[in-house]
Design a protein around this ligand. Structure first.
Ligand code: ZN
Length: 496
């Protein structure tokens, strides 16, 4: 029997506001999940939140509440964003869930042959709650660029995972494609990063320096650091180890990760799985960052942060899903500006697609009393579309849909159904010809709607309902009415 499908997204840390990078994770996973479901597959789709660590404890203390109460208040922000981007997830995991914590302790015990106690000394950033290498510290002149604070020398007792035990095996798995890293240039980057082997990784901290986390089994003085706790979520959410159904979904078919966390997912995580004797994920899909205006990094201090909620509230969910699936390449960085977004909205959504749907519906009403007539199947060759999904290049798949949208518009411009309609009284062939032309348009529109299911489910639904009943009773509401908030004439300043 074919294994059921499983796709995962990274679990964000709940201390901040959800951002566009999180939205991109959920969107990409959702596009894949909808595509697979449309093709008859059962898909588990995991999302969740990472809820332990010092930053959480500090924020809770600031608010005068305990960390659990704090995370209870924070995690719905992330859930709200997942729902807002239309992510049809099946499982939501919180690392403070009881089952997860128990499973993580079990995992630690299974990994014991690869765990040793040692002293960790190194450069530490409080903001990151992480140690940095000498090289990284040197490159940034001793100050963390993200937190603007100097790194500190810190030394403490830690447990270490002997990741180095698995260096050869992980390299082989990546090179052979047993665990694919997509795109290829990220795979090369990672293989280069580990050319001297994987460094062992600290997986616990003394309780005095990490209060909020899962206890290390059999050592009350140590608390698990993020890795074993957070990375395990991809397995524990399926019920690992005690509920056998986890085996119907694992190994994950696709794990969606941002480029900044690839090394943890391609290094530490497979080492844990190999230590557990559990199969490696089949593919790590690495997406890039969304930059603003020609490659600038989004930053709160610069004030150029794009809030996905704002895009969706102003232009609608499908417009958001459209831009971020097509104009942000699935496997690389992509750029957003309000002008670019609005131009894509007005030209590609309003003109190309919205206008096409309206044109065909209105011609049916005007020339055939709304009766659709015979509809041949759409004729678009779908091999490029499916191949793009196979390669996890969703932007290429939706590009292909737009080729079809544009060629159908061109067909209408060339055939000029309105001229055929003028000949109805004088030419007996005109009426059947017109009906054939409009049937062709509807068939292709329905095919476009099918291909848009993973990307723009609501728009796809409108096209289906408009044409599938056989009679178009009234012109559909305009899809994507034109907007000029960021392009066109500047808003006039009212006179004082
Ligand atoms: Zn930092």
């Amino acid at each position: 029997m074919e294994k059921n499908l499983y796709i995962t997204t990274a679990i964000p840390y709940v201390n901040g506001k959800p951002h566009i990078g999180n939205a991109l994770d959920y969107l990409l996973a959702d596009i894949w999940a909808r595509y697979q479901r449309q093709n008859g597959r059962e898909v588990r789709f995991q999302v969740g939140t990472d809820e332990h660590g010092n930053k959480i404890a500090a924020k809770a203390a600031e608010a005068g509440i305990d960390p659990q109460t704090y995370t209870d208040q924070m995690y719905p922000n992330f859930q709200a964003l997942m729902q807002k981007v239309g992510a049809g997830y099946t499982d939501f995991i919180r690392t403070t869930d009881g089952h997860h914590k128990g499973a993580v302790q079990y995992i630690w015990q299974q990994l014991k042959p690869h765990i040793y106690k040692g002293t960790y000394q190194g450069w530490y950033c409080m903001g990151h709650e992480a140690f940095f290498t000498d090289k990284e510290v040197e490159e940034t002149a001793g100050t963390c660029p993200d937190h603007q604070t100097p790194y500190q020398q810190l030394s403490e007792d830690n447990y270490f995972l002997k990741t180095s035990d698995f260096s050869v095996r992980i390299r082989e798995a990546i090179e052979s494609g047993e665990m694919k890293i997509v795109p290829e240039f990220r795979k090369k980057e990672f293989l280069n990063l580990i050319k001297d082997g994987l460094p062992d990784v600290s997986i616990s901290r003394p309780r005095k320096s990490l209060t909020w986390g899962v206890s290390v089994p059999d050592d009350p003085n140590q608390v698990m650091y993020v890795w074993v706790d957070a990375l395990s979520n991809y397995l524990t959410v399926l019920g690992y180890p005690d509920k056998p159904e986890w085996q119907q979904f694992w190994p994950a078919d696709v794990q969606v990760v941002g480029k900044d966390i690839l090394r943890f997912h391609a290094g530490i995580w497979p080492a844990m799985l190999l230590g557990l004797g559990v199969a490696l994920p089949k593919t790590l899909l690495v997406h890039g960052f969304v930059t603003v205006g020609g490659g600038a990094k989004m930053s709160k201090s610069v004030g150029n942060v794009v809030d996905p909620n704002e895009v969706i509230d102003q232009y609608g969910l499908d417009a958001f899903r459209y831009y971020f699936s097509r104009h942000i390449p699935t496997q690389d960085d992509g750029d957003f500006t309000w002008e670019k977004f609005e131009t894509a909205y007005n030209t590609e959504l309003a003109n190309d697609l919205g206008n096409l749907v309206a044109r065909v519906a209105n011609m049916l009403i005007k020339y055939q009393a709304g009766v659709v007539g015979d509809v041949p199947l759409g004729e678009h060759d779908m091999r490029n579309y499916h191949a793009a999904f196979e390669r996890l290049e969703f932007n290429k798949a939706i590009d292909d849909v737009w080729l079809m949208v544009r060629s159908l518009n061109k067909y209408i411009d060339d055939v000029k159904p309105w001229e055929i309609a003028k000949r109805k009284d004088s030419d007996p062939d005109a009426e059947p010809h017109l009906s054939e032309v409009l049937g062709h348009c509807v068939g292709n529109l329905l095919q476009i709607a099918d291909l848009l299911v993973p990307f723009m489910p609501a728009t796809s639904g409108v096209i289906h309902t408009t044409f599938e009943s056989g009679v178009v009773a009234s012109a559909p509401n305009i899809l994507f009415p034109k907007m000029q908030q960021h392009t066109g004439k500047p808003t006039e300043v009212p006179a004082k």
